[in-house]
Design a protein around this ligand. Structure first.
Ligand code: ADP
Length: 618
């Protein structure tokens, strides 16, 4: 068994790997960038090496620095986690050439699966069903268009070097083919430096089914059953589960056997995932599931497989990397119960899922679920990396119990001022089609605002907040609302504008002229919302929200009803913003004069932009 391990990653996956390594008595070495100097993974590891500035391309993506850190600390092996350098065959080779153990497949296996067309060719040779389509070397637009006709519309044009949902175009009509091809090639050239494409039949009612496989250096390959990752938003997974709903034994045997053949075809060692696409228009059927691609690393959603099989896949990885055989034979692996994972992200569903970065002042995660996280209260969501806060994993005897548990867990999340998708996840758990297992990759997009726009805050929450606020001797202004915005002046009522742009009048508050304080009072209102009352040092007049009307979300100005210098009265409409396909009117918080007017009709504004500034009449 190896004795020391460098983890070439950050966040939750670095913490996850450290946990198992430590339990196995393996010394752990973290690497970190400037932004991660105080990160959890750095503190959890036995040692940590600084590898450069915050941008990943200057730190986590610089293979030489990582290998140097491993040599300098005497690490025996490197675990790449997922993302970053995990599927970089050249890096894997460099690790091996430096005399270190690479916790992953052979560089040649990574290469074999790297390009979509070559991978599909290999799979066809291995007898693995692939999505019907064209893989040819002839890339002339005429030939590609003719092949698309032959396949039959709708078709999907895919960049052979594509990844992360990029470089794909759905085409419904032959008349649009040429334009879509050009735009796909343009994206492929700029993102992947390779304009080659393949063409696939576009699967209607597609479900994303993937199979966990594992190989060792003694020639053994097993599968650990399937996961269903059909709940996606823009091709990004949101909730994953294992096993797949509606999977019968015949179909499971067919898809899992195909996955094992796929892994054997590339001489696979370590943890891998074979992704399939299923046409679920008539349920899951063995003859309607096709190979899509292989991910040659540990997957984000591996915990659901761990839960249903009772295995620790990181332990398997470390044993296999040490040269041991797989811990279990195929006939020793079974499915127990149902597991689900939700990805909690620092993002704001109400603003088109824009990442929400900054200090996490308050963080409370459900204690009854399995949590994989790399951040903690007082930590920061940095703009440099993936804004994932945690993976919330539940395991129950049945699918319905798992959904219930996941709903409770996501409803329990309290995070702010950073915004999260917790409310969105909780609403998804209540979706009738999800609950009955009638899912496909388009479900989330079809639901639209029903999932993204939170309902108005509950009356009881508002009353509690108002009572709490009224009890404080407050001088100054309301500002920096989190999930809710307060635009109110001294001696005014508190107005809360929620994520949907609705204004709620909380209470008529008498605000004392107490001594200036430098204090922040925070309230959490449930459903991923809270707000904060800031009392700036000194007088209130300099504060940004002192009569400053901020844009509650990114959008376009469609009306401006005042001019600079105008006198306005409390409640008067100032500016109308169009965002999320809705109009939001912003009104004067108190009587005053328009001091500055920054809003222009037709102008695009970002969240928090100052649109109008009102000076109170004194
Ligand atoms: P990437 O490598 O960019 O992740 P994939 O080939 O894995 O691309 O496809 C990503 C997603 O696109 C899949 O999960 C599925 O939702 C959708 N998709 C891929 N191929 C097809 C297809 N032939 N028909 C319909 N949807 C598809």
């Amino acid at each position: 068994m190896l004795k020391s391990l460098l983890i070439a990653n950050r966040g939750e996956i670095a913490c996850r790997i450290i946990r198992t390594a430590r339990a196995m008595g393996v010394r752990t070495i973290a690497v970190y960038s400037d932004a991660d100097a105080k990160a959890l993974h750095v503190r959890q590891a036995d040692e940590a090496v600084h590898i450069g500035p915050s941008p990943a391309r200057e730190s986590y993506l610089v293979g030489d620095k990582i290998i140097a850190a491993a040599l300098q600390t005497g690490a025996e092996a490197i675990h790449p986690g997922y993302g970053f350098l995990s599927e970089n065959a050249d890096f894997a080779q460099a690790v091996i050439d430096a005399g270190l153990i690479w916790v992953g497949p052979k560089p040649d296996s990574i290469r074999a699966m790297g390009l979509k067309d070559a991978a599909k060719e290999r799979m066809i040779a291995a007898g693995v069903p692939v999505t019907p389509g064209y893989l040819g070397a002839d890339q002339s637009p005429e030939r590609l268009a003719a092949e698309a006709d032959k396949i039959g519309y709708p078709v999907l044009i895919k960049a052979v070097a594509g990844g992360g949902g990029k470089g794909m175009r759905r085409v419904d009509d032959a008349a649009d083919f040429a334009d879509s091809l050009v735009s796909c090639q343009r994206e492929a050239a700029s993102s992947f430096g390779n304009t080659d494409v393949l063409i696939e039949k576009y699967i209607l009612s597609p479900r994303h089914i993937e199979v966990q496989v594992f190989g060792d250096s003694h020639g053994n390959v097993v599968h650990l059953f399937e996961r269903d990752c059909s709940l996606q938003r823009r091709h990004q997974k949101v909730i994953e589960e294992a096993p797949a709903p509606g999977m019968d034994e015949e179909t499971r045997a067919a898809v899992c056997d195909a996955a094992v053949r796929a892994a054997q075809a590339v001489d696979y060692v370590g943890a891998g995932t074979i992704e399939f696409i299923a046409d679920a228009s008539e349920g899951l059927r063995a003859d309607r599931i096709w190979f899509m691609e292989m991910n040659t690393r540990l997957q984000v959603e591996h915990p659901v497989t761990e839960e249903i099989t009772g295995q620790d896949l990181v332990e398997w990885q470390l044993r296999v990397a040490s040269g041991e055989p797989l811990p279990k034979r195929q006939d020793q692996l079974e499915i127990h119960g149902w597991a689900m994972e939700a990805r909690l992200y620092a993002e704001n569903p109400a603003t088109g899922f824009l990442p929400s970065t900054g200090l996490i002042e308050h963080l409370q995660l459900p204690s009854f679920a399995r949590l994989e996280t790399g951040v903690e209260e007082g930590g920061e969501v940095s703009p440099f990396y993936d804004p994932m806060i945690a993976k919330i994993i539940v395991h129950e005897p049945s699918r319905s119990a798992a959904i219930e548990e996941l709903w409770e867990a996501t409803s329990d999340v309290e995070v702010w001022p950073v915004r999260t998708n917790a409310g969105f996840l909780a609403r998804l758990c209540l979706d009738a089609d999800f609950r009955s297992g009638t899912i496909d990759t388009g479900l989330i997009e079809r639901r639209g605002e029903a999932l993204t726009i939170p309902p108005a805050p509950q009356e009881t929450h508002l009353r509690e907040a108002a009572a709490a606020l009224a009890a404080r001797p407050v001088r100054g202004v309301w500002e920096g609302a989190i999930g809710l915005r307060l635009n109110a002046a001294p001696r005014a009522e508190a107005r809360i504008v929620d994520d949907a742009g609705q204004v709620h009048v909380v209470s008529d508050l008498m605000i004392d002229d107490g001594p200036p304080q430098d204090e922040v009072i925070s309230f959490y209102l449930g459903e991923g919302r809270g707000y904060r009352l800031a009392q700036p040092r000194g007088t209130a007049s300099g504060a940004a929200a002192d009569g400053a009307i901020l844009s509650p979300m990114p959008g376009r100005i469609i009306a401006v009803d005042v001019a600079a210098g105008d006198a306005v009265i409390k409640g008067q409409k100032l500016v109308t913003l169009e965002a999320m396909k809705m109009e939001h009117s912003l009104v004067a918080p108190f009587d005053g004069t328009v001091e500055t007017l920054a809003a222009v009709i037709g102008g695009q504004v970002s969240e928090g932009a100052v649109l109008v500034k009102i000076t109170a009449i004194t």
